[in-house]
Design a binder for this molecule. Structure first.
Ligand code: GDP
Length: 306
């Protein structure tokens, strides 16, 4: 079994490759839920959905979110009624949110609801939320504190950020399978996901970081930063706001206590010595994943390290 820690966009690219290059049933994927929020009364879990749709084979890989070929008639009509429509929910995607919300209202945990949805969609990999408890990534801006989705989608990460907090995390508990997967895995893969808003919340759930430090499995990370810039989204900006160096080195430093091997882009080879000085073995190879071939190749490189 391979344990995989992920957010949405960048993580899903590697996960798609991994699912095609190894037996998907071997993967147990731990998703960030710090981005979860309520929209029109529905419980939305963006990273769980992106992961599930990717593994089910109908993710919209062009956009990086939602379902391929989805339509937006419901959202359009919500807009006619003056309702909020900044978060793009497709008609088919809406069925997922309605189902999850119904299952949660019936008393199921987020883990159980996720399990039902993944099975219904024929996904063979395990998909676990990091926690069943509410953990909310809050972004501090000059205008006040906002949720990650407000910052990321509504404001298109235009606000200046002075801090990031994971509200509720100290009291949260990891879903039982999470710590177990990390401790028993053949290897742990930390996806090229945002270190502040995707991997950060998972690491902050009590017990997770310790499991990563103690696991006998090799922990392999892939850098989401290439030449000091995020490939997509605001990871570089958020890292700088958190006082981290926005570089592959900065990511490696944030993970150095548990990381055995870090995969960086060839363009960042000059950072190799600094990363190795942290006690982290470093491999430089192509990790920009634009095409399906790129994703499969990056996955093969990671699997070769397992
Ligand atoms: P999200 O923030 O919830 O959408 O999901 P992630 O945290 O998984 O994805 C965002 C991160 O993925 C950003 O830090 C990007 O730099 C990274 N990313 C996106 N595409 C690629 C890629 O092709 N290669 C690598 N190495 N990183 C990528």
């Amino acid at each position: 079994m391979l344990a995989v820690l992920t957010g949405g966009t960048g993580g899903a690219k590697l996960i798609q490759g991994l699912s095609l290059e190894t037996d998907p049933a071997e993967l147990v994927i731990v998703c960030n839920t710090g981005d979860d929020f309520v929209f029109h009364g529905l419980h939305i879990s963006p990273d769980l959905d992106t992961t599930t749709y990717t593994l089910a084979g109908f993710a919209d890989t062009e956009r990086g979110w939602g379902i391929k070929g989805d339509t937006f008639a419901t959202l359009e009509w919500i807009g006619k009624y003056g309702g909020e429509s900044w978060f793009k929910v497709g008609d088919r995607d809406l069925a997922t949110h309605l189902t999850r919300t119904r299952l949660l209202n019936e008393g199921l945990t987020l883990t159980q609801a996720t399990e039902k949805i993944r099975k219904a969609l024929g996904v063979r990999s395990g998909i676990l939320p990091m926690s069943d408890d509410k953990v909310e990534t809050r972004i501090r801006t000059p205008a006040g504190e906002i949720s990650f989705q407000e910052y990321f989608v509504k404001e298109r990460w235009s606000s200046e950020v002075s801090g990031v907090a994971y509200a509720g995390v100290a009291k949260s508990r990891a879903v039982p399978g999470v710590v177990e997967a990390i401790r028993k895995a053949r290897a742990v893969i930390v996806c090229p996901s945002n270190p502040v808003t995707s991997i950060g919340p998972i690491l902050a759930v009590p017990g997770v970081r310790q499991a990563l430090e103690e696991t006998p499995a090799r922990v392999i990370g892939v850098s989401p930063i290439i030449q000091g810039a995020a490939v997509t989204g605001p990871a570089d900006k958020l890292m700088a706001a958190m006082g981290m160096e926005a570089s592959s080195f900065g990511v490696a430093k944030a993970y150095a206590d548990f990381l055995d091997t870090f995969v960086i882009a060839p363009e960042d080879s000059s950072q190799r010595n600094r990363i190795e000085a942290l006690g982290v073995e470093t491999v430089a190879t192509a990790i920009r994943m634009n095409s399906l071939d790129d994703k499969k190749r990056s996955a093969r490189e990671v699997l070769a390290l397992v």
